[in-house]
Design a protein around this ligand. Structure first.
Ligand SMILES: [Zn+2]
Length: 389
């Protein structure tokens, strides 16, 4: 597939198997010393840099992440994102160093730099497991809830990490306003164009789609349409079934829900309305969050087994005739246990070896593709781009 786009070079770069070429070229990478001297493993384990490593006899991308104290929710997401090949190649080939935004007042580029160092180390093929205190620290500087050692929601971490990377890597640092993208009078293309103008980054290019949101007043029937961007789809699960298909969850999401407190611009009354979504533009990488957690007196978890396909055809769920509609599953963030005391792992397909692996903190083991689907599946990562390493 060819699409003319500034990120084409990174997304479709092929035939460069030397993912660890940072050995020669990296000047920014705090881990360089350790990558150049992998035999010095004892030193690696205790050094004062931002990524420490344990030596092992390893293949590319099959590297665990040491638990930093209930940090499995972070590790699960880092492994899923690390197996997003267009993005990890962008970091491994150090394209991000041309884009990192040191002037962005909120993040100053440090999250992208730390994340890039972790990704390059994970793909260096030299370590059985590594630690990432530097990345945890810079993310926690922006989001205080990630500071300590308390279990957090991997979906929330995913959203925040993506936002921080986007802020660090976008080309135009002026914030866009709601008016410019969510205005009722804008067409889908105008809203998307305005969003793109202020949000050009590899994160936007890979992960952002657009949906049409229609709110219909229950009193007078007046419809209000806006076009919104999304970076993942948060799908509800059916209330009372032990098993359902992903298509059912998507249908439930698209069917819409009743909202209260809607101020109607037509009949000027406040009341109920029906809000529904139509998917308007799908991204190259589609992230699907299964809303297992809900509050009813206390936080509860739905243990529904969601039957999701390895090959996802979104034709049924959209009226799109072009763009990205056929997807392949490449990663799953799993949650086991309850909201308070749980554990996260990741199942990821290594694109180089075309095999699935379970990443459970510092342990990595091969699994069958038949084992990928389980009632612990929490966030699904699908790709529609061919990107060979
Ligand atoms: Zn009305």
């Amino acid at each position: 597939m060819h699409r003319s786009h500034p990120y084409d070079d990174t997304v479709h770069k092929k035939g460069d198997p030397d993912l660890n070429k940072q050995h020669e070229t990296s000047h920014h990478d705090p881990t360089t010393k350790h990558l150049e001297n992998p035999v010095d493993s004892e030193d690696s384990a205790t050094h004062d840099g931002n990524v420490s490593s344990e030596l092992g006899n390893i293949v590319y991308g099959i590297t665990g992440l040491e638990n930093l104290g209930n940090s499995c929710y972070m590790s699960s997401i880092i492994q899923c994102i690390n197996n997003t090949i267009p993005l990890s190649m962008y970091f491994c080939n150090e394209v991000h160093l041309e884009h990192v935004n040191h002037d962005n007042a909120s993040t100053r580029g440090v999250v992208a730099e730390e994340f890039g160092a972790v990704v390059r180390t994970l793909w260096s093929g030299q370590y059985r497991s590594i630690s990432y205190p530097g990345l945890k620290k810079v993310v926690a500087q922006h989001m205080k809830q990630f500071q300590g050692c308390i279990q957090q929601d991997s979906h929330e971490f995913h959203i925040i990490l993506m936002d921080l990377l986007h802020e660090d890597l976008k080309r135009n640092i002026r914030k866009f306003s709601e008016r410019e993208t969510g205005d009722e009078n804008l067409s889908a293309d105008q809203a998307w164009g305005n969003f793109q103008m202020y949000n050009e980054s590899i994160i936007k290019f890979l992960f952002y789609g657009q949906q049409k949101s229609t709110v219909r007043c229950c009193k007078c029937g007046k419809e209000s349409v806006t076009y919104e961007v999304f970076s993942d789809l948060s799908l509800p699960l059916p209330n009372s079934s032990e098993e359902c298909s992903l298509a059912e969850c998507i249908n439930l999401y698209l069917r819409g829900e009743e909202i209260s407190g809607w101020n109607c611009s037509s009949c000027k009354e406040e009341g109920h309305a029906i809000k529904k979504f139509d998917i308007w533009r799908l991204p190259p990488i589609l992230v699907i969050h299964l809303k297992r957690f809900y509050y009813e007196d206390r936080w509860r978890k739905r243990l529904t087994y969601v039957d999701f396909p390895l090959d996802l055809d979104m034709h049924q769920s959209t009226e799109l005739e072009e763009g990205f509609v056929n997807y392949k599953l490449y990663a799953v963030s799993n949650h086991y246990g309850s909201m308070e005391g749980g554990h996260y792992t990741a199942f990821c397909k290594n694109e180089l070896y075309e095999k699935w692996y379970e990443f459970d903190d510092d342990n990595v083991s091969e699994i069958s593709s038949d084992d990928v689907s389980s009632k612990s599946a929490y966030i699904l990562f699908y790709t529609s781009v061919e990107c060979k390493i």
